[in-house]
Write a protein that binds this ligand. Structure first.
Ligand code: DI6
Ligand code: FE
Length: 402
């Protein structure tokens, strides 16, 4: 066998399905050619006659798949530190949103920014993720709420993918809030989203998927269904912010639309979890939003386990409910606040997150044929990636073999 690059003396957590736990190989090698994995396994199985153009000795370091942040809103302008201060003084997120603050204050700032300004404002957040071994990021729009501004956000996301080496999945979240100029006229806005915005965004190839905020302060289940059905009809995949602040039966709705993922899920019920499992829809938990909003209701992990729902984890990086640009911290929060195990956390930011973005055939595990996206850690055991906040244990990040 011949390969471009060979990483040797590695402790490889392949995350390959069907292997116990994280599929750890103690004395492992990973070989790549043209950005794809051609071999991963014990050094003793690496064919002796093989040649590598470049060999890298990892001296026993842990290697995992490059991490995947499968739910972010990281392209936006402005910040909401003052709103956070008001919440610390006792005001609720929902009350501030109803007064026209919250999401709508980020909408004003984002509308006022040019595409270049959005890129400049968002780059540090992206860089923070990448610095911790992230190789795939999903980015949502949803702070434009008018075609030209939603477009601008999605173009800024695309520009970020030109400036940095990572895989981008972009999601149109026009149904995030009703724009101020249509206050009280949700129906009219939903009609616009379905008949003008989705067709334009889909035709221009600006998004891979569509999402909606199904919530008392967002869109009703009926409005949500209309938006996501329109998205499907235009060839976009479907995702949903579901059951975050109240039980709207959003998980069941997402499952009925064959969504890739249903996200948040603090208030999911038994029927919702069963529906996700049946539809093979990934549950994406967002412990940053739970933490920053001081939510009391923990997503029912035991229920999700019992129903056999695949569970991913993401940062939800956004200026309001989750000003968090660290997937390692998200893992720690999920472990401490939700009671997830180290294995569940790591699966959540790799294999399960790949499913949430329909990337399971190319990312999320280390197996021959997949993209060679690696995170190489100054760590020996997976638990070290979960148990602390602060020190960054990343040694190197490899995207598509480089
Ligand atoms: N749920 C959230 O937690 C974020 N969006 C959503 O639909 C909040 C976004 C924000 O407050 O800016
Ligand atoms: Fe979100």
């Amino acid at each position: 066998m011949r390969c471009d690059r060979l990483w040797r003396r590695a402790r490889v957590a392949t995350l390959a399905p069907g292997r116990p736990g994280l599929g750890l190989i103690e004395q492992g090698v990973v070989a790549a050619t043209d950005g794809r994995i051609v071999f991963v396994g014990p050094e003793s199985d690496w064919p002796r006659a093989s040649r590598a153009d470049e060999e890298i000795d990892l001296e026993g370091r842990l290697v995992t798949p490059g991490l995947i942040d499968c739910h972010t809103h990281l392209v936006y302008a402005g910040d909401r530190a003052e709103e956070h201060e008001r919440r610390l003084a006792g005001e609720s997120y929902e009350a501030i949103a109803r007064e026209g603050g919250g999401i709508l204050s980020t909408v004003s700032a984002t509308r006022a920014a040019s595409e270049a300004e959005l890129v400049r404002a968002s780059l540090p957040r992206l860089d923070a993720l990448l610095a911790e071994g992230v190789t795939t990021v999903e980015i949502k729009s949803g702070y434009g709420l008018a075609l030209e501004h939603e477009r601008k956000q999605l173009r800024a996301a695309r520009e970020l993918a030109h400036l940095r080496a990572f895989t981008l999945k972009s999601t149109f979240l026009g149904a995030h809030a009703v724009p101020p100029e249509l206050a009280g006229r949700a129906e009219e806005y939903v009609h616009q989203v379905c008949t003008e915005m989705i067709p334009a965004i889909a035709t221009e190839g600006l998004a891979d998927a569509a999402d909606a905020f199904c919530e008392r302060i967002g869109f009703s289940p009926g409005e949500t269904r209309a938006v996501l059905e329109a998205a499907s009809a235009h060839g976009l995949a479907v995702k949903l912010h579901a059951d975050q602040l109240s039980n709207q039966h959003g998980a069941a709705l997402a499952a009925s639309l064959r969504a890739q993922s249903a996200d948040h899920l603090e208030y999911i019920d038994e029927a919702g979890a069963a529906a996700l499992a049946r539809a093979d829809t990934t549950a994406v938990l967002l412990p940053g939003a739970f933490y920053f909003t001081r939510e009391k209701r923990v997503p029912p992990i035991d229920l999700l386990r019992r129903q056999g729902v695949r569970v991913a984890l993401a940062t939800d990086c956004n200026p309001g409910t989750s000003p968090l640009a660290s997937l390692l911290a998200a893992m720690n929060l999920a472990a401490v606040l939700f009671g997830m195990s180290v294995e569940e956390c790591l699966i959540g930011v790799t294999r399960a997150a790949a499913h949430a973005l329909a990337l399971a055939s190319s990312a999320g595990t280390l197996e021959p044929g997949k993209h060679c996206d690696l995170a190489i850690w100054n760590a020996e055991r997976p638990a070290e990636l979960v148990h602390r906040i602060g020190p960054n244990p990343l040694h190197a990040r490899i995207w598509r073999g480089h």
